[in-house]
Design a protein around this ligand. Sequence first.
Ligand SMILES: [Fe+2]
Length: 297
Amino acid sequence: MMTKCADPVILNLWHPVGAIAEAAPGAVQETVLLEERLSFAVDADGEPVVWRSRPDVQRADHIPPADRLPAISAYGYVWTSLGSPPAELFPIPEYQEPDRRKLNAATFGVNVSAPRAIENFLDMGHFPYVHTDILGVEPHTEVKEYDVEISVDRDEILATRCRFFQPMASTASDGGADVDYVYRVPHPYCSVLYKSSPVDETRRDVIAVFLQPVDQEHVRAHMLLCVLDEDNEDKVIKRFQQTIFGQDKPILENQVPKRLPLDPRAETPIRADKSAIAYRRWLSQKGVTYGVIPAAA
Ligand SMILES: [Fe+2]
């Protein structure tokens, strides 16, 4: 049996628990965050209320304010915390742009740690093999040199100048193209990806993965799309991302060990793993212990 989360870094973060567009006003939903059973509801104005589940309380407006957990709505999701969260969540300025389509592509349950899922999200090397004919295709298998920095100001990892040949980069694509990527990791369990828009070469589509840690080896992965596409229906845009994620899920669930080893010698690094190495180092510097195997002191 696993012990509950005692990692103050993780306890004090905001974590996503559900998509607002999928919450009927007033309906109470049950979920699990960091091994704690929580309930949440969204009112008609989109304001969330979150609390530790109690059998005697079935309505959000019956929860005394003192018994509520911190709650915000951001990027189309309800976020909460079991500790003392920062005043603000990390910024995604593009989310405010009115011509973007903003969708929860899916919420997937996955039997893996949150850090393993972030690492897979950062990895371009698997595109031709796992997302064949969509995000990659042989012989275009090389991960070209790119830049990674840990930004001290913004407390996030930034990978830039990433390029990859993609046969079908998005629903708006009409053929293969070299696609530019920027990755941000602004939260230990969240990553934001920017990729060339097929419809406007001056802008980028934004795809984010927000991982809800259920326990150290299970997540609910919430996939945000914030894209430029005037033609396709919501369900078509969502289905594209669901297909991609459906291909990743068995890969993620076969990771051994399920927690991410932070010892730099634990797994052989290759050049494609540059962002993964920075991510592991950043988690170590923060002192994260939940969902990882910390390096020996
Ligand atoms: Fe993938």
